[in-house]
Design a protein around this ligand. Structure first.
Ligand SMILES: [Cu+2]
Length: 555
């Protein structure tokens, strides 16, 4: 099964895949250049489809700050069910139903068709506490026809498969394999799956989203995602802003047509519509374009999630004001980190404290890349309330490198059509999704994973089940690697940014760098996966199974 082969044949029969990094790497960095300081941004590329002209909406022309920021509702349990590990204990039981909805993304845009887990996109917030498990019945009540361009050449999306299939993964959850939402465990409209989440993990903002083999990128683009908050006593003790002063803020980009409908870019070839990236010009905050939020002159806690298919955000406040990052993917940092900007790749989360106490009566715009307006905070006039931010948040035990029983060196690969230069395939360690499992860590052991990124792009790499720590990043000579297969480093290892020094589940693997992470495989044995979280990449074929083996009995 070879998408790239078919595409190559279309372009004159050339069968040799060219490693795109090698082909285009004409500008190797100077030795010692601070490559790792900031990841290169992905080129925003809006492809225009052939066929009947469908006029794209230019989101930049829309009026700013005319709609209030929606705050997603909190999901309510439908009842109780027994804990599978303790039948005397009852756990909350939720019914989440996927269905087609209409949502107005902006005052001046016609209602948009979305697919949602509730009444809106993002879906309702799941709220739970560490150690308090819950059940979710994820029902598929969607139509049987998809409204976004399926590519039957992609593995798992062949023409013999039903168009509409779903399976839900809670990103960052330490969940048993049967509840993890394996991509092949999809089901069709009219069916549901009951998943149990033990939530034996620290307080953190997780998120649920579709993970269906071959069409995850389309299901998520259609709107199938939402926040999942885990709380715990350590977090409670810090007395951080809560209730109306804690705002879940999910950012995602989209393109729209003039009728207000979602526009997903394609190649123009209905037989092979997959594109390697889908970056839209419209940035939605909790499902609105350029919303505003009325705030008090006091500190707020913002729980940020980047739910974009492929866009990274670089967020700043237009008045130059800084903020504190207090948490990342898997919970609180050891100490608050003062920042002027926040770089957030797809699937990453950031827990921020923004203090408006010095800005009573002002309006402050949140910007992306210092250019695009995202949303506006309108600070009320009146007496300010001060927050004494704790200086210590949580103890983060550093995993000692010496405790690792294995180091895996794995490459990140892109392959391009030699004629058009377009990316046709992406792999991890040169292997396809359906190749035999090669990553088989043993439960309760520590491993170091070296991600050798041979491409020109930053890839956010996510491992299911586990949390990990970022060790360092180091740039290397791609030319040398291509000619000799050896890693020749161009500088010293660069430690993780301060916001990456806590527990992570997604790491930005910078271009032409080796990114090292250290992982303790905890929780459950069984079949999981790891993949790039640019959804167009994961779908073709930057995703690999991972088998966590049972712990060996200690002698
Ligand atoms: Cu990628």
């Amino acid at each position: 099964m070879s998408l790239n082969r078919r595409r190559f044949l279309q372009h004159g029969g050339a069968l040799a895949a060219t490693l795109i990094a090698g082909k285009t790497a004409g500008t190797d960095l100077l030795p010692g250049a601070a490559l790792c300081r900031a990841p290169r941004l992905r080129k925003a590329k809006l492809l225009v489809p052939a066929g009947p002209p469908r006029q794209q909406l230019n989101a930049l022309t829309l009026a700013r700050f005319v709609d209030p920021l929606p705050i997603p509702e909190v999901a309510s349990p439908a009842g109780k069910r027994a804990d599978p590990f303790d039948v005397h204990r009852q756990l909350p039981y939720y019914r989440m139903s996927m269905r087609e909805i209409e949502q107005t993304v902006h005052r001046d845009v016609k209602p948009t068709r979305f697919w949602s887990y509730g009444n809106a996109v993002p879906g309702p917030v799941m709220e739970t506490r560490s150690g308090e498990g819950l059940w979710v019945d994820w029902g598929n009540a969607l139509p049987t026809r998809h409204f976004l361009p399926i590519d039957n050449n992609l593995h798992g999306a062949e023409a013999d498969k039903p168009e509409v299939r779903t399976v839900v993964h809670v990103h960052g959850a330490k969940a048993p394999p049967v509840s993890d939402g394996y991509p092949d465990a999809w089901y069709t409209p009219g069916h549901s799956r009951l998943y149990h989440y033990p939530n034996l993990q620290d307080a953190a903002m997780l998120w649920y989203h579709d993970h269906t083999m071959g069409i995850e990128r389309l299901n998520v683009y259609a709107g199938l995602f939402g926040p999942f908050m885990v709380r715990d006593a350590a977090e409670d003790a810090l007395d951080l802003p809560k209730g109306e002063y804690e705002i879940p803020l999910t950012l995602f980009d989209r393109s729209f047509d003039r009728e207000g409908q979602l526009y997903y870019p394609d190649t123009g070839d209905p037989e092979a519509p997959w594109v390697s990236e889908a970056v839209g010009d419209a940035i939605l905050a909790n499902g609105k374009l350029y919303p505003y939020l009325d705030v008090q002159p006091r500190a707020y806690r913002l729980r940020l999630l980047n739910a974009s298919n492929g866009r990274s955000f670089d967020l700043t406040l237009a008045n130059g004001q800084g903020f504190h990052q207090i948490g990342s993917d898997q919970g609180l940092l050891q100490a608050p980190a003062p920042l002027k900007n926040l770089f957030l790749a797809p699937a990453e989360r950031a827990d921020l404290i923004i203090d408006f106490s010095q800005h009573a009566g002002q309006s402050i715009v949140l910007k992306d890349h210092r250019l695009n307006d995202v949303m506006q905070f309108r600070v009320a006039a009146g007496k300010a309330t001060q927050l004494a931010l704790p200086t210590h948040l949580r103890d983060i035990e550093r995993i000692a490198e010496a405790s690792a029983v294995k180091t895996r060196t794995m490459t990140l690969n892109e392959y391009a059509d030699p004629v058009s230069g377009e990316i046709t395939l992406l792999l991890l360690n040169g292997k396809h999704w359906h190749d035999p499992v090669t990553e088989k860590p043993e439960l309760d052991t520590v491993e170091i994973w070296e991600l050798v990124n041979l491409t020109e792009d930053t890839h956010p790499i996510h491992l299911h089940l586990v949390r990990f720590q970022v060790l360092d990043r180091r740039s290397f000579s791609l030319q040398e690697y291509r000619s000799t297969g050896k890693l020749v480093y161009l500088g010293q290892p660069i430690p993780p940014a301060v916001g990456e020094t806590g527990w992570k589940d997604t790491v930005q693997a910078y271009q032409r760098s080796v990114t090292r992470i250290i992982v303790r495989f905890e929780g459950y044995a069984g079949r999981y996966l790891w993949h790039c979280h640019i959804m167009e990449h994961a779908g073709n074929d930057m995703m690999r199974p991972m088998e966590v083996l049972p712990a060996r009995r200690k002698a």
